[in-house]
Ligand binder design. Structure first.
Ligand code: HSE
Length: 309
């Protein structure tokens, strides 16, 4: 029996739509992500557990875990039955890479129990494919960080899909999920098909500057470059009082604030733990819509997916 954990992630990281993703872990040591426990068995079996398991489809064949297993078996041309327990600890449609967590943990667990027939590139390609089927188009900015850890730059080059880039170890990432769902597929559908030259140039400049600032460890420059022109102007309407909240969070001392993935989770960045705690408290009091919502102060999770049992 093997138990695998895959961490939550912040897609886009406020500047690289579909191109940047960061794996995160709460500073209090809690695990923020999904777990898969797997063993070989006579028939395929799936048990859903965890605080958000009530959000999962009741039909097993609609569960991401089943989709991953069935695709994997097709690729290796062998039908190997397994028994799986999914601990769904992340809410779906949260913008924290919830589906990616399930996909990454499941595919890594299956690969491991089948004696690693797929290499890491093949696995990552498969993760992207499954994610694409769920969200409407392939994007690696959640699966890559959840799988590889750290801050990932999605290259989608013929040889390399994603590369780890330097992150700021002094940054605290505060994430707040309000307790309501927003489907990635619908948050992708509302985006324009075309952008003006001016937006393309500005967006390239911000992203290139952020990557430069990351490599040269210029924290303030990196934070100033975290501007998002592809999704934020359109998705902001789907989030409660986004610009007003952003302004308040900046007033509290955040050096950056944006939408995590496709939302409705928002993230804020601070280098100061006292400010991070203040922001966390403000978000708890002002951004959460119900008792299921949560706020976590996180570091970048550099490990990515891992065996925990
Ligand atoms: N890059 C993706 C998007 C992330 O913004 O649609 C989804 O979590």
């Amino acid at each position: 029996m093997i138990k695998i954990y895959a961490p939550a992630s912040i897609g886009n990281v406020g500047v690289g739509f579909d191109i940047l993703g960061a794996a995160i872990k709460p500073i209090n040591g809690e695990l923020l992500g999904d777990c898969i426990t797997i063993k070989l068995s006579k028939n395929f079996q799936l048990i859903n557990k965890g605080i958000f398991s009530n959000q999962l489809p009741t039909n097993t064949e609609q569960n991401i875990v089943w989709k991953c297993w069935s695709k994997f078996c097709k690729i290796i041309q062998k039908n190997i039955p397994v028994s799986i327990i999914l601990e769904k600890n992340l809410p779906s449609g949260s913008g924290l890479g919830s589906s990616a967590c399930s996909i990454v943990a499941t595919l890594v667990a299956i690969n491991e129990i089948f004696n690693n027939p797929l290499n890491s590139k093949e696995l990552l390609l498969l993760m992207g494919e499954v994610e694409g089927e769920i969200s409407g188009s392939i994007h690696y900015d959640n699966v890559a960080p959840s799988y590889l850890g750290g801050l990932q730059l999605i290259l989608e080059d013929s040889h390399i899909i994603s590369q780890n880039i330097p992150n700021f170890t002094t940054w605290f990432w505060i994430v707040a999920w309000p307790g309501v769902k927003l489907s990635t597929a619908s948050a992708r559908k509302i985006l324009p098909k075309k952008y003006t030259k001016d937006i393309c140039v500005k967006n390239s400049r911000y992203l290139a500057s952020f990557i430069h600032a990351s490599y040269t460890q210029q924290s303030n420059l990196a934070a100033r470059c975290m501007k998002e022109l592809i999704a934020e102007p359109y998705r902001s309407k789907l989030l409660p009082n986004f610009f007003k909240n952003k302004e308040e969070i900046k007033k509290l001392g955040a050096i950056s604030c944006g939408i995590s993935g496709s939302g409705p989770t928002i993230f804020a960045v601070s280098e100061n733990i006292k400010i991070a705690k203040k922001i966390s408290l403000w978000l708890k009091n002002n951004y959460l819509k119900n008792k299921t919502g949560f706020v976590h102060i996180c570091y970048i999770d550099t490990k990515g997916v891992r065996k925990i049992g």
